[in-house]
Design a protein around this ligand. Structure first.
Ligand code: ZN
Length: 113
């Protein structure tokens, strides 16, 4: 399951950061989960609850940003918004698109104690 694997890597990252920076508790985790990634924020929050139990990130709040999908259209030679991965270009209806945004899944920031 996608979300559980992501939760585990988030917690792993918290551990590494805690070792480097010497904090004990993670209060807030700010994440960027692009709208084109296959991660459901709700499933992520749910999975995180379970995965973080007994770790330094237990009880941490997830603040999830949703960067919108974006692609570069080779026909229009322009960056266009992309609601879904395999949607055509909203300008020319073509499919010569390179996804440039909205696929990211990353931790932006940790608030720690
Ligand atoms: Zn186009």
């Amino acid at each position: 399951m996608h979300e559980m694997a992501l939760c585990r890597s988030i917690i792993e990252l918290c551990r590494e950061q805690a070792e480097q920076q010497g904090f004990r508790t993670v209060k807030t985790i700010r994440l960027a989960i692009g709208t084109l990634s296959h991660v459901e924020p709700q499933a992520l929050e749910f999975g995180f609850d379970a995965a973080s139990r007994g770790t330094l990130a237990e009880g941490a709040v997830l603040e999830i940003e949703r960067p919108p999908g974006q692609a570069f259209c080779m026909v229009c030679e322009a960056t266009v918004p992309l609601a879904q991965r395999f949607d055509p270009c909203p300008r020319c209806d073509g499919h010569q698109l390179i996804v440039t945004g909205g696929e990211e899944m990353r931790v932006k920031d940790l608030e720690v104690e």
